[in-house]
Ligand binder design. Sequence first.
Ligand SMILES: *Cc1c(COP(=O)(O)O)cnc(C)c1O
Length: 413
Amino acid sequence: MKEHMRPESLMMSYGYKPELSEGAVKCPIFQTSTFVFKTAEEGKAFFEIAYGIRKKLPNEELGLIYSRLNNPDLEILEDRLCLWDGAEDCAVFESGMSAITTVLLEFLKPGDLLVYSNPLYGGTDHFINHFLPKLGIHTLGFKPGEERNGLADLIKGSPHADKLAMIYVETPANPTNALIDIGACREVADYFKTDEKTVFVAVDNTYLGPLWQHPLKHGADFVMYSATKYIGGHSDVIAGAVLGNAEVMARVKTLRTFLGNMCGPWTGWLLLRSLETLKVRMDQQAANAKEVAAFLSTHPKVERVYYIGHLDSNDAEFEVFNKQCVSPGAMVSFDIKGGEAEAFAFLNNLKLIKLAVSLGSTESLAEHPDTMTHAGVDPGHKLEMNITGKMVRLSIGVENFNDIIWDIKQALS
Ligand SMILES: *Cc1c(COP(=O)(O)O)cnc(C)c1O
């Protein structure tokens, strides 16, 4: 069934067997910490597989042991998330940050070099620049566009070039929507790999995934999500996910077992419910965003709109967009004429759109990157990336777009 059905058709049923749950049409919440073994021999066999003491026999599955290792709500959720990205395996986490930091901790070691794109989500930026150096990991940032032109030279200029272990990217970048070419990052990574070491490419796909961009298909080794955003989609749960091939995911899941940062069954169940409407929500959000971006770009009080649906064939990023994005998504930033005072006046006058950080949810949200999500970013970096007092970031929801535009219009006036 998986082979010929589209993911949205499988979000209600895939991976769940009603006969194992009294015939319930919906997967129940398996609110349990531990699972009963039928026999001692079965318990022994489960542990042999879980701890890698021996390989699985043909047709043998890892049985349920303890909810830090596995739980049906999490396993079914992971199977369903794999469908969107065409991944072999998935691990879900208690937050996007725990998903991201677990990958960084598992695949980097002291002395390694991590190369990352700017700007990054504030939490990720902090972990890379303030925590990883304490472990003796070297870090080097690059700007969107450099991956196609000059990244290899930038890395060669580092005294740690021979220790390059990972290229980490976030595309489109938050809040400017700058695009990074994932395929070009793969080429740079392969250029620096040796017989002794591979160089991993990791992509935070929160902004466009899992519908509108599929990094694994463009050569990434890992795709990571804050499932708090589109996947959860209702601003009521914090969660994260990592996807990749079976080999790397076995390592991710092993570290998750020992850090104990998997999500709980209740979170898993909420996300299963969210996945059923993922495509209809995201389709509506993207359609609404297109209308909002068109409105903003003609408004006299708006200086500049950052929306990847408006790239034209002269833009360097146009080719990247066509190659790797399925839709421009539902995040629109803009510069208001004036500065912080004008941006604040706009934000304070919104009636329908809520003034809050986060994104990807059913309700539209607005925030001020310079003083909110990106308040901790180096002021010089912010200026270089166009994050100034006049910028407002919008996450467009599923409301009627005429009402969203009405609200923006009255707040601008
Ligand atoms: C929100 C976000 C994160 C962090 O996710 P949490 O679920 O809040 O831990 C990471 N990356 C991006 C791009 C995000 O928007």
